[in-house]
Design a protein around this ligand. Structure first.
Ligand SMILES: *Cc1c(COP(=O)(O)O)cnc(C)c1O
Length: 398
């Protein structure tokens, strides 16, 4: 049992609100709800089963281990039809489990096909029983088949009888730039690859591309490309599901971006209080020095919980509805805040690291800006020892 006064509250209602908002904004494109990396730190099992209950047909995970856990959570909730996309591809040791747990791997290397075919044959599976999604590298140079390697890969895929090419996908490198150029160059390359795939007799049922930014600004491009090949279109939002819109450059993003609601609140409590005199210091390296008689509150949360050390002497938290500054360096397990300007602070007071209190609010963007990073990293870095508590849902998603 976890009893430490540090926790993250996950609002399932807000998650589902965001899901429905995004589904509407996506128009004719379907959604692959991305729950990789423990649902961006929100708790993959609760989020996955809530999204599947809300009607999400597809969930996206990073690896087979994540996929197995998500599959088990969905099976427990009798969400047996949910499809699970393993977005980072497969590794040799993962192939058997991918097939056994009915996960759908992204493939782009010939060895992916080899490993999956062997796993399917070991299990005696019939033709077309293992669906795969082929990724095309249209400019990320990260995952995906290069155009020049596509013919050989398609030949190999055509020979791998238990495998079935269900969908073709790509990923955009700058979907938040709404200049109409960076993404359209990738769409053109994607189109050429799709044409080659069709010419060789493959007719994938679905085509998917892009992320939250694509969904909110460019879903129509994916829809029209898919229509050209008689396939259904999907986009793969992650961050927006958790309530954070991308920061777009340029005009044209859907107004839905303004209605997203942050799903995660990160909280702790004041566990100790002291008064120090002007001139006294606080924390490692004595980097905070009191300019006046100051009241300091101790929080039992530190960088081992995911509080970025760059927030030392820069970050803020909410206490009694007021923003108060972090005093001194963030320690591994502890952070000191200066509550001199807040009346009546007591041991046990609830403290907000991310979320709302009174009229004040701190977002993952606020922390990301101060720590020179992105909200994705802020959320993913909230460590496992911070317990996740799902709130405000009538169903049991544990
Ligand atoms: C993480 C990821 C997404 C989701 O991206 P967001 O920016 O969080 O919406 C979509 N597609 C792929 C391939 C990803 O790796």
């Amino acid at each position: 049992m976890q009893t430490r006064p540090v926790w993250a509250e996950i609002s399932i209602d807000r998650l589902i609100h965001n899901y429905h908002l995004l589904r509407a904004a996506a128009g004719d494109a379907g959604l692959i709800a991305v729950v990789k990396a423990n649902a961006y730190g929100h708790g993959a099992l609760a989020c996955a089963s809530a999204l599947a209950s809300a009607g999400a047909p597809w969930l996206g995970v990073t690896c087979v281990e994540e996929g197995i856990a998500v599959r088990a959570a969905c099976d427990k909730g009798r969400l047996l039809d949910i499809r699970i996309l393993v977005m980072r591809g497969v590794w040799e040791e993962e192939a058997d489990a991918a097939v056994e747990h009915r996960l759908t791997p992204v493939v782009w290397e010939i060895v992916h096909v080899d490993w999956l075919e062997e796993a399917a044959l070991r299990r005696g599976l019939p033709a077309e029983s293992v669906s795969v999604h082929l990724e095309i590298d249209t400019g990320m140079a990260r995952q995906g088949a290069r155009f020049a390697d596509l013919p050989a890969l398609l030949d190999r895929l055509g020979d791998a009888k238990p495998l079935f090419l269900e969908a073709v996908m790509t990923h955009f490198h700058s979907p938040e730039l709404l200049d109409g150029e960076s993404t359209s160059a990738q769409l053109e390359r994607f189109d050429s690859a799709l044409e080659m795939i069709a010419t060789r007799g493959f007719h994938p049922r679905a085509i998917h591309a892009g992320n939250s930014a694509t969904l909110l600004a460019n879903a129509g491009c994916v829809v029209s490309l898919a229509a050209k090949y008689g396939a259904s279109a999907m986009v793969r939002p992650g961050l927006a599901l958790y309530g954070y819109a991308p920061r777009f450059t340029g005009q044209g993003a859907s107004a839905a971006a303004d209605d997203l609601k942050p799903v995660l609140g990160w909280k702790t409590r004041v566990v100790s209080l002291r008064t120090i005199e002007a001139g006294e210091s606080a924390g490692y390296g004595a980097t905070f020095r009191a300019k006046r008689r100051s009241q300091l509150a101790l929080l039992p949360v530190g960088y081992a919980d995911g509080v970025n050390r760059l927030l030392s002497n820069r970050g803020e938290v909410l206490v009694r509805g007021r923003r108060v500054p972090i005093a001194g360096r963030v320690s591994m397990d502890l952070t000191i805040v200066d509550v001199t300007d807040v009346d009546g602070v007591e041991i046990g007071d609830e403290v907000v690291l991310i979320g709302e209190q009174g009229a004040e609010r701190i977002t993952a963007y606020d922390l990301a800006d101060l720590a020179d990073t992105i909200p994705y990293e802020v959320l993913c870095n909230i460590s496992d020892r911070v317990r996740r508590v799902t709130i405000d849902s009538s169903e049991d998603h544990a």
